[in-house]
Design a protein around this ligand. Structure first.
Ligand SMILES: [Zn+2]
Length: 320
């Protein structure tokens, strides 16, 4: 096939995909936003009917950025606010968030911390009348038709090891699942594996635990979750060396596509319940050269640049 015909073929196929798959606007889909908060975590989930979940809010200095982002996304109230654990890079920005938005439910682990920040976080929740729900057991929360999230609680007490207390949330949108693990480390990952079936843990998208640290994402955990995409939230040139080369290599060897805030800034994923996609390509794989790894890829890139900049599907659930 000569170059011109090849190009026209690509354009035609991409157009069919674009108009066939994407005759809707962004607000018709469930969206997952990995907000760039430097070395920290903050994730916004919006359902098609407008239910909002915010998981963490980054460090205190990122509170204003998170609030500005939520306002740009036309958020008027937060239906579920998840404070995964009391470390400042997760709850810091939530003080500003709670002062700006009404919060319907605040879900947090049943653990305390002596820091001044944690005290001010709780004070703000009380003074703004935010209802607190400490996690005591696993639970399911239905949001819309075929959209729900599960809190996966091991019931194990981890003492002063706050990372392992992280609230674990698995969001399901029809056939797509997203697993958010906060800063969970290997000990708590092992407890999850012991207490929940692989069906309960397997997810297309994994929010990589503890910013990609080598304390988390053990081979056994990765094998069971079996994600196709990994989300890593960390600061550029951070002092901890996150993400660790070991974890990045482990993900790549498993054929997982990686998105990183330190290299790409804020990332948005879209779900229609059967596919998940992003406007941005992942950092680690050129979809054309790696088509053997992800045979179900149906987006088109030319020299690494999306042929159509809107709604490229970087991966699709494999039909078993
Ligand atoms: Zn953290």
């Amino acid at each position: 096939m000569n170059i011109r015909i090849k190009y026209l073929f690509l354009l035609l196929t991409a157009s069919i995909l674009f108009f066939g798959c994407f005759g809707k606007s962004d607000s018709d889909y469930l969206t997952v936003h990995m907000i760039d908060v430097g070395q920290g975590d903050s994730f916004l989930i919006k359902t098609p009917e407008g239910t909002s979940i915010l998981i963490d809010g980054g460090s205190p200095q990122y509170g204003d950025d998170v609030v500005a982002y939520l306002k740009r996304e036309k958020i008027q109230q937060i239906d579920y606010l998840i404070a995964t654990h009391p470390h400042s890079d997760h709850i810091g920005g939530l003080v500003t968030v709670m002062n700006e938005f009404p919060v319907e439910n605040l879900i947090l682990p049943e653990v305390s911390h002596t820091s001044q920040l944690f005290e001010s976080f709780l004070d703000t929740a009380f003074t703004t009348n935010v209802p607190l729900f400490p996690v005591k057991k696993s639970s399911r929360h239905s949001l819309e038709d075929e959209i729900f999230f599960d809190i996966l609680h091991t019931g194990v007490h981890y003492g002063s090891h706050l990372n392992n207390w992280s609230v674990v949330l698995r969001l399901t949108h029809q056939e797509m699942s997203f697993l958010f693990t906060g800063d969970l480390e290997s000990e708590a990952e092992r407890d999850l594996l012991n207490q929940f079936s692989s069906k309960k843990l397997a997810s297309e998208v994994l929010k990589v635990g503890h910013h990609g640290s080598n304390t988390s994402t053990t081979p056994a955990f990765l094998q069971v979750v079996s994600p196709q995409v990994a989300l890593i939230s960390c600061g550029i040139n951070n002092q901890y060396g996150h993400p660790s080369t070991e974890v990045v290599n482990r993900l790549e060897e498993s054929g997982v596509w990686i998105y990183r805030t330190d290299l790409q800034g804020t990332i948005v994923l879209y779900s229609d319940g059967y596919n998940v996609w992003s406007h941005q390509p992942p950092v680690n794989l050129d979809p054309i050269s790696s088509s053997n790894v992800k045979p179900s890829f149906c987006g088109f890139f030319v020299n690494g640049v999306p042929l159509l900049t809107a709604h490229i599907i970087p991966f699709k659930k494999e039909v078993v």
